[in-house]
Design a protein. Structure first.
Length: 155
């Protein structure tokens, strides 16, 4: 009896643990971090650079287009993550608190447009900024990231 009760308790603990892990995975935003400092820390650890995207995911048509046609594509994510830690700072109208936090970061980094890209080194120092819409395809965006990394490496 005691053994059966222990088995049932262990089974229930395992089920709860699996549910918690499943919920965490379901809530993850994929490879995109949502904090610049965390991105810089990870970049330093991994020997990479940081790409920060400022977006208005639920109200900005160019942002939605870039997400659909570039930033959510497997090809983009695989190539970009070779040299960059990806950080997405979203200012959705549906989440005023998140919008406020992102706008504070925009003021800090002097960003005044959406969608916008900042490239940072592993110390958090900016080395390039540009509107995301300058590169409308996965191929052109990856070429831009590679070019900017090469330029930075020459300095």
């Amino acid at each position: 009896m005691v053994v059966m009760r222990m088995i049932n308790i262990l089974r229930n603990v395992l089920l709860v643990a699996l549910m918690v892990v499943g919920i965490s995975v379901a809530n993850a935003k994929g490879p995109w971090l949502t904090d610049i400092e965390a991105g810089v820390k990870q970049a330093k650890t991994e020997g990479k650079l940081v790409m920060v995207e400022f977006t208005g995911s639920d109200w900005c048509p160019p942002c939605m287009k870039m997400d659909k046609e570039v930033f959510s594509k497997k090809e983009f994510l695989a190539e970009a993550q070779k040299n960059y830690v990806l950080v997405k700072l979203d200012a959705p109208k549906s989440d005023p608190e998140l919008e406020k936090l992102t706008k504070e970061q925009m003021m800090k980094y002097k960003v005044n447009a959406f969608p916008f890209i900042l490239l940072l080194d592993s110390e958090g120092k900016e080395f390039k900024r540009f509107p995301a819409t300058e590169n409308l395809t996965v191929e052109s965006f990856i070429k831009r990231l590679v070019k900017e990394k090469r330029r930075k490496d020459m300095i």
